[in-house]
Design a binder for this molecule. Sequence first.
Ligand SMILES: [Zn+2]
Length: 173
Amino acid sequence: MPPVTDIPVSSASTPSGPSSPEKWRALVASWRAAAEDRTADHAGYLRSAARAADGSLPCHLIANYALAWYAASERVTDPTVHDEIITAFEAAADRLGDPGPCDHAAHPRLGHFEDYLPTAAWLGTPLGRRAYRWRRHEEGGEPLDAWLCPSFLRVRADEALAALRPARAALRS
Ligand SMILES: [Zn+2]
C-alpha cells in the first residue's frame, strides 16, 4: 500500500472567483459604488415626486424605504448618499404633512424588500395601479387604497428617517 503522502493534490480544487484579495476588493468596491449611485438616483426620484402632482409619491417613497435600510447599514459609506435620501424623505414627509389617523383596517406589511418592490413599481402609474387591482382579485393582498394611504406613507417616511439620521451621524465620526 503506498504511503498517504503519495496521493496527488489536485490543483483543480482552488475555489472559483477572483484569484486574489485585491481583485475581490475591487469587485466589492465597484458593486458598492453602483449601489450608492442607484440609491442617490432613487432619492432624486423621491425628491421630485414630493414636489410633483402626478401621484408618483407612494411609488418612490416605498422604493426608497427599501433602500433606506440598505443605506442605514454599513454597506453605504458615502455620506452624500445619506444626505440625499434623508433630504428626499424630509421632502416627502413635508408633502404628506400630518394626515392623522385613517379608516383602514390594515396597511401593507413591508417585509423583505424583494417582496414589496414590485408593488412599489405598480403604484407609480395609472396602468400599474389597474394591474395591481386586477392582480389582487387573483392573489389577494392589501387594497390599493391602503398602499396609497397618507397616514401609512408618513409613518414609513418617519421610520426611514429614524434609521437614516443616526447612520449618517455615525459616518461623521
Ligand atoms: Zn390608512
